[in-house]
Write a protein that binds this ligand. Structure first.
Ligand code: DLL
Length: 428
């Protein structure tokens, strides 16, 4: 059952809502954010030129760097007195990207998250164990507001303290676990070490997000914990978690709340829209954000959009799950590939644990790629045999041969308990 009517509305109704909200957003951005006024003046576009979403490509795009350049509050469209909350997303370099919310913005976010949880199958009588980080990161707060708005119970434990997570999960009977995909696997591993069968833990749904998760990784989560794994997508610049989520009925693409966030897919190199159904970079325009309206944000995330009605009855657009970012693309001796493609291949191999790392170096002006893969605890093959298998599969499926491939013993690759997992280390 959909949480709001718009989720199953006619496409024309969805369009009408988008058109009206886009006009409001553009008026707000133009009137109150100098950055956007200047960009639009330069392009010769006025708010009156934007009558519908068909006009969206006339608008300027916003990039990650713009958030940094406008640090701390250059993108705010309201006076500080109207701001109720500030979050920030820290990259590896430079200033954090600051985002702000008015009271209405927080209500919109809470509703988008409540919808998302309902779409994932969360019921008001469920207990949601929230193991996303609290603080400037939007994960903790986003899940909390959503669960509270839906009327579910929430355990705000945050990331880390894994033994305590498991103890409280068992004692309180948590129905839903919300955390990164990598952390859910760590919880399973730790539970096993503590003498539990992870399949017997009370959780029946894991809502994972904030990191890419390939299909074999999802299968591993579902199998190890005996759960339904639901992919939740979002980003701070747009709102936080709650931009899109899979439905528990079909688990076939993420329903993107396009009445609040208008999506486009563009060619990452040219910025031109791709044909419907083609893969490209997701670009989002906020439709209901007062404190920080964002026009055509280049998310860097690669996906496709699907406007067919879902098995669950929702008509709202679906996006493919994001397994790569445009800037993650590895170019190795003329072959382009995403780290997720490597993950896809290696996790399908028996005896491989869901832990690996990719190290990139430059030696003698050549790019060198080193791959480290962890052996599964119950592996039947020894490490030498496994190395041959992994090597052959990568070559057969991707025509890719790493410069070095090391198979390490179970537990050798560092686990991430708090924050996002890092698997690619670029030393160039
Ligand atoms: O990661 C918000 C979030 C919190 C989403 C909790 C889901 C759950 P940021 O820290 O700003 O916000 O990072 C956003 O993370 O552009 C993607 O590259 C990546 N990302 C987020 N969700 C997914 C996902 C939060 N489900 C950036 N699959 C985004 C793949 C994801 N990548």
């Amino acid at each position: 059952m959909a949480y709001t009517e718009i989720e199953t509305a006619d496409r024309s109704e969805i369009r009408a809502v988008q058109n009206e909200r886009l006009q409001e957003t553009v008026r707000n951005a133009y009137a109150n954010v100098e950055f956007y006024r200047e960009q639009m003046d330069e392009l010769g576009v006025e708010p009156a030129d934007i009558e519908s979403v068909a006009d969206v490509t006339k608008l300027p795009t916003t990039r990650k760097e713009d958030f940094r350049d406008q640090y701390p509050d250059g993108l705010f469209a309201v006076d500080h007195s109207e701001v109720r909350r500030i979050h920030a997303s820290s990259g590896t370099t430079g200033k954090p990207k600051i985002v702000a919310y008015t009271e209405d913005d927080l209500a919109v976010w809470s509703e988008a998250m409540a919808r998302s949880l309902a779409c994932a199958g969360v019921e008001p009588d469920h207990l949601v164990q929230n193991a996303y980080g609290y603080g400037l990161f939007t994960g903790g707060a986003g899940l909390q507001q959503g669960a509270e708005t839906l009327g579910a119970a929430l355990l705000p434990i945050g990331g880390g303290q894994t033994e305590k997570q498991i103890e409280m999960m068992v004692d309180l009977g948590s129905d839903v676990l919300a955390c990164t995909p990598s952390y859910s696997l760590y919880i399973a591993e730790k539970a096993e070490q503590l003498g539990h069968d992870p399949r017997d833990l009370p959780v029946s749904t894991v809502i994972f997000g904030a990191e890419p998760c390939t299909e074999p990784m999802r299968e591993e989560i579902e199998r190890r914990l005996d759960v339904t794994g639901i992919d939740l997508y979002g980003l701070s610049e747009i709102v936080g978690p709650g931009v899109a989520i899979e439905c528990h009925e079909a688990q076939d693409g993420l329903h993107l709340w396009e009445d609040r966030f208008y999506p486009e897919v563009v060619n990452p190199d040219t910025g031109e829209p791709v044909e419907e159904g083609q893969e490209g970079e997701l670009v989002i325009t906020t439709l209901s954000k007062d404190a920080l309206p964002v026009l055509r944000y280049r998310t860097g995330d690669m996906t496709t959009l699907n406007y067919d009605q879902c098995e669950c009855g929702r008509t709202i657009v679906r996006m493919d799950n994001v397994t790569g970012r445009a800037d993650d693309l590895l170019i190795v001796r003329g072959i382009n590939l995403y780290p997720s493609q490597i993950e896809d291949v290696i996790l399908e191999i028996d005896d491989v644990a869901p832990y690996y790392r990719i190290d990139l170096y430059e030696r003698n002006n050549l790019d060198v790629i080193e791959l480290t893969v962890e052996q599964d605890e119950d592996a039947q093959r020894d490490r030498d045999e496994l190395q041959d298998v992994v090597f052959d599969r990568l070559d057969a499926v991707l025509a890719f041969t790493p410069d070095s491939l090391e198979i390490v013993e179970p537990g050798a690759i560092e686990r991430t308990e708090v924050g996002k997992v890092k698997r690619v280390y670029d030393h160039r």
